[in-house]
Write a protein that binds this ligand. Structure first.
Ligand code: HEM
Length: 148
C-alpha cells in the first residue's frame, strides 16, 4: 500500500475532520433524547425532535461514521504509520468498536422515538451521554501519547 504514503497527512486531516463530525453526533443525539423523553407524545415539540434526530443521524452521523472508518483504515494501511507490535492501536480499536456499538444503539433508540414507543426515562439518556466522552478521552490519549 505504498501508494498511500504521499497522501498520509491529507488522509490524517480528513480522518480527524470525520472524527469531529461523528463525535458531535454521538454527543448531541443522546442529549436530544434527554429532552425528547420528557416531551409529551404527539406534541409539536416531540415531532420537532423526531425531525432533528433523523436529520442528525442520516445527514451527519452515518456519513461521518463511514468516513472515519475509510480514512482510519487507509492510515492503518499506510506503511510505517502503525507499529503492529505496540499495544495502543489495539486499545484504540477496542474503544472504536465500543463507539460503533453505541452508534448502532442510538440508531435503534431513534427508531423507538420515531414510532412513539420510547419507554426509557430522560435519566437513562443523561447517563449514556457520558460514555462517548470517556471513549474519546481514551482514544485521543492512545493515538497521541501512545503509552504502550
Ligand atoms: C476504524 C476506525 C479507526 C482506525 C482504523 C483508525 C486508525 C488510525 C491511525 C492508523 C492513525 C494514525 C496514527 C499516527 O499517525 O500515528 C489515526 C489517527 C488518529 N485517529 Fe484514528 N482510527 C479510527 C477511528 C478513530 C476514532 C473513532 C477516533 C476518535 C474518536 C480517532 C482519532 C484519531 C486521532 C485524533 C488521530 C490523530 C493522531 C495524531 O496526532 O497523529 N480515530 N487513526
Amino acid at each position: 500500500m505504498s501508494w498511500l504514503e504521499p497522501y498520509y497527512l491529507v488522509i490524517k486531516a480528513l480522518h480527524i475532520i470525520s472524527v469531529v463530525a461523528w463525535m458531535a453526533g454521538l454527543l448531541y443525539l443522546p442529549r436530544l433524547f434527554v429532552y425528547h423523553a420528557d416531551a409529551p407524545v404527539g406534541s409539536p415539540m416531540a415531532e420537532t425532535f423526531k425531525a432533528m434526530e433523523r436529520r442528525l443521524l442520516r445527514g451527519i452521523m452515518n456519513p461521518a461514521f463511514v468516513a472515519v472508518y475509510v480514512f482510519g483504515i487507509a492510515l492503518a494501511c499506510t506503511p510505517g504509520v502503525v507499529d503492529w507490535h505496540a499495544g495502543w492501536i489495539y486499545a484504540k480499536l477496542t474503544l472504536v468498536a465500543l463507539l460503533t456499538v453505541f452508534h448502532h444503539l442510538l440508531a435503534l433508540w431513534r427508531k423507538d422515538f420515531a414510532a412513539d414507543r420510547n419507554r426509557r426515562p430522560a435519566r437513562f439518556y443523561r447517563m449514556v451521554n457520558e460514555l462517548p466522552t470517556l471513549a474519546l478521552i481514551g482514544i485521543v490519549i492512545f493515538v497521541v501519547v501512545k503509552p504502550f
